[in-house]
Design a protein around this ligand. Structure first.
Ligand code: FPP
Length: 245
């Protein structure tokens, strides 16, 4: 089972399905449909999604999760209407100001991973400041994927391999893993996707090689402790079946 300090390895997965999931990743999907069902602008769905994120982080602490990675903004999300993109940038900004400091007081260490060059400069600075301010926290490692894409990450890792001048025989899984956006991000034991869609959508392509997947019909703004507990229970049930005759 991965731990926040575990780095990637080419060895068989230390992923132990018989144990509780300690490293969890979530594809937070369904904000738009949640808003549409209420005749609200999509930004309201994202706003409610930010509340669900706060709830879920607190639940994850209580449920013994060590590492939680969430997909907040993908490399493809830039192609959404400009006002929606702007609303997500503003929401990230507000969340850093209002929610994440409180989570920091509860021992949450927050890190962002993805491209940084396209994020508005002020937001980029706030992200970096929060990372520094929470660096000593250990209760839960929160990883927020922002301007993140699994393919972009692998291309960037390949570029870094070339830039570092590695010899062909030195190009290994370890060498590539060490050049991902967030080399310290543990491989997820469990990936949850909300809203009934059953796709990976370019999230953690490398890291989820051995992950269990749980899909729930719940829209992200309705997600919280009960849904997280249900997904962790499903993971544990799969673990108990693992190895059975
Ligand atoms: C997917 O829902 C969600 C996003 C693209 C944005 C995720 C943002 C949050 C959950 C809010 C928390 C994040 C921040 C920035 C604090 P969708 O819009 O694709 O939903 P749909 O498929 O129903 O349209």
């Amino acid at each position: 089972m991965a731990s926040p300090t575990t780095s990637h390895s080419s060895a068989p997965p230390d992923h132990d399905p018989a144990a509780a999931a300690r490293s969890v990743a979530i594809i937070m999907d369904g904000n738009g449909r949640w808003a549409a069902a209420r005749s609200l602008p999509v930004a309201e769905g994202h706003r409610e999604g930010a509340r669900a994120l706060r709830r879920t982080v607190e639940a994850a602490i209580d449920l013994g999760v060590d590492s939680l990675a969430v997909y907040a903004f993908s490399t493809e999300n830039w192609s959404r209407p400009p006002d929606e993109v702007e609303s997500i940038m503003e929401l990230m900004d507000e969340t850093i100001d209002r929610e994440l400091p409180d989570l920091a007081r509860q021992g949450v260490r927050t890190r962002f991973f993805g491209r940084r060059d396209r994020v508005p400069a002020l937001l980029r600075d706030k992200m970096a400041t929060l990372e520094v301010e929470t660096a000593a926290n250990e209760r839960l490692h929160l990883w927020i994927a922002f301007d993140y894409g699994g393919r972009a990450e692998l291309v960037e890792a390949a570029r870094r391999v070339v830039e570092d001048g590695l010899e062909v025989e030195d190009v290994s899984e370890e060498a590539l893993a060490a050049r991902l956006f967030a080399p310290e991000l543990p491989d997820p034991d469990l990936v949850i996707r909300t809203s009934g869609e059953q796709r990976v959508s370019n999230f953690l392509l490398w890291q989820s090689a051995y992950a269990e997947f749980v899909f729930t019909d719940t829209l992200w703004p309705d997600f919280g402790e009960d849904e997280l507990r249900a997904a962790l229970d499903e993971y544990a049930r799969r673990g108990r079946r693992f190895g059975a005759r």
